[in-house]
Design a binder for this molecule. Structure first.
Ligand code: PLP
Length: 479
């Protein structure tokens, strides 16, 4: 049906030729950006502005006239450049460009995925991708998985499954009758703590076990913490292992955690949001030894596996468990809440409408083969060890610990007597990011401030590390 002549805006908004023209310009813009970024040829990684100034800029921009392509250019100029090898900040993937094209396709098709007919390819590819990941984890054909919107939600979903499987009462049906608890390392990501609170476990419901000098959970402390919890009337349902931890990139002893969980009939969950990707690397797989013993595993494709955010896999060793978590009637969506139909992904995920995540992973696999993930993990983990060696060779720097993964913490220690080392390192980072040439973050460990780098870009090399350390020294000398 023709649009009414008064609805000219709708005609313009959906015009295929407009889309083609702007789309071509956008791809050119982004390809130029990629070239600049990969060679670190622009002045800044982060065009730093204070939040209020950034907001004001956009408020004024809204009032100005600018074409779509000029607006895209401005967005680019005001964004942090993760494709630049001098970006060594948060654990955000350096996206394989082909996966971003899948993102464009996903956004236009907008297939909701929750129900098979809303996303036929998307649902089938989700099964394919999660089955493939399951086999790399070391699960057998009983396993099954889902894709969901981020590690935070996936960890919550895993713990909901743990509660369903292990709690003496059916909390989903009857509400809380017992005080439930989960055992984790004190270095676990805050989303585990958040998940237990969302589930109503309260302060007592998250039992944090101390770590050793390499920031791995002290497995010798597990029994002791478990016993105390039981004595205090708690019903412990699960143990969560870090593979690896966020702050320091340390891998827990998963085999020991699995044995402990088995002994006490607890659910064993592995948060491999960042470092679970080691399952793809022959060289680094030893770090996740025992992951195949876990009841559930989370791995973010949007961290170590070159995929745009958010694309997270949650895998279950016993595939049937995945259907139990959200067992609920939604008559208008599917006929039977009991049937295990993998193709209606909304039965198994928190989301109703869900992004077409699977095609972003699938296009990487189909184009480059699964070996590309191994190359990425090896490259990033190995170059981070080079970086650690370079830091060790400079007497004015101190490493927190040798890296197992691509996360590295260090600090500048060449301070004058009266200077506070924490304040100096905080000031160094602030000046560094405001100058914009490098992007790193900071973390606090044992009350001490450290500069924290996560090497996410396969183009980051020793020259970038050297330039970063020199720049930190320059700032440190001037402070
Ligand atoms: C170990 C770990 N778990 C979970 C998360 C949360 O993942 P997301 O940001 O995808 O929600 C992170 C994020 O940094 C993480 O490092």
């Amino acid at each position: 049906m023709e649009l009414l002549s008064t609805q000219h805006l709708l005609k313009e908004a959906y015009d295929p030729q407009n889309f083609r023209d702007i789309g071509h310009q956008l791809i050119d813009l982004l390809a130029d950006h990629l070239e600049d970024a990969q060679t670190a040829s622009k002045n800044v990684v982060l065009p730093y502005k204070a939040p209020e100034d950034e907001l004001l800029f956009w408020q004024q921009h809204l009032q100005s006239s600018a074409s779509p392509i000029d607006t895209f250019k401005t967005v680019l100029e005001h964004s942090i450049h993760i494709q630049d090898p001098r970006y060594m900040g948060h654990q955000t993937a350096t996206v394989a460009p082909i996966a971003s094209l899948a993102g464009l396709m996903s956004d236009l098709l907008n297939n909701g995925t929750g129900v098979f007919e809303m996303g036929p390819a998307s649902n089938a590819l989700e099964k394919l991708v999660t089955d493939l990941l399951s086999s790399h984890v070391g699960y057998d054909a009983n396993a099954s998985g889902i894709l969901t919107s981020g590690g935070t939600l996936a960890n919550l979903t895993a713990l909901l499954a743990a509660r369903k499987a292990k709690s003496k009462h059916d909390v989903w049906q009857d509400g809380h009758k017992n005080k439930l608890a989960v055992i984790v390392s004190e270095e676990s990501h805050y989303c585990i703590d958040r998940a237990t609170r969302i589930m109503g476990f309260g302060d007592d419901g998250i039992i944090k076990v101390p770590v050793d000098k390499n920031f791995r959970i002290k497995t010798t402390e597990l029994e002791n913490h478990y016993r105390k919890a039981v004595e205090n009337g708690l019903e412990v349902i699960a143990v969560v292992g870090c593979a690896c931890s966020t702050a320091t990139g340390s891998y827990d002893d998963l085999e020991a955690l699995a044995a402990f969980s088995k002994k006490h009939d607890l659910w064993f969950h592995v948060d491999g949001a960042h470092g679970g990707a080691a399952v793809f690397s022959e060289k680094h797989r030893h770090l996740v030894k025992g992951i195949e013993l876990a009841d559930s595993v989370v791995i973010d494709f949007h961290k170590m596996l070159m995929t745009p955010a958010l694309t997270t896999a949650l895998l279950f060793k016993e595939g049937k468990d995945v259907y139990k978590t959200f067992a609920q009637k939604a008559q208008y969506l599917w006929d039977s809440p009991q049937s295990e139909d993998w193709f209606n992904s909304g039965k198994r995920t928190f989301e109703c409408t869900k992004l077409m995540m699977s095609i972003k992973v699938y296009i990487i696999l189909k184009t480059y083969g699964i070996e590309v993930f191994e190359q990425n993990v090896n490259q990033l983990y190995d170059v981070t060890k080079d970086f650690a060696n370079m830091i060790s060779e400079r007497s004015n720097f101190e490493l927190l610990t040798l890296p197992e993964a691509n996360i590295l913490n260090f600090r500048y220690v060449d301070c004058k007597l009266e200077q506070d080392i924490n304040e100096i390192n905080t000031a160094i980072r602030q000046q560094l990011i405001e100058a914009g040439e490098f992007y790193i973050v900071q973390t606090t460990v044992g009350g001490q401030k450290y500069l924290r780098c996560t090497v996410m870009n396969p183009f980051t090399n020793k020259d970038h590390f050297k330039a970063l350390l020199n720049e930190i020294e320059n700032i440190g000398n001037l402070l």
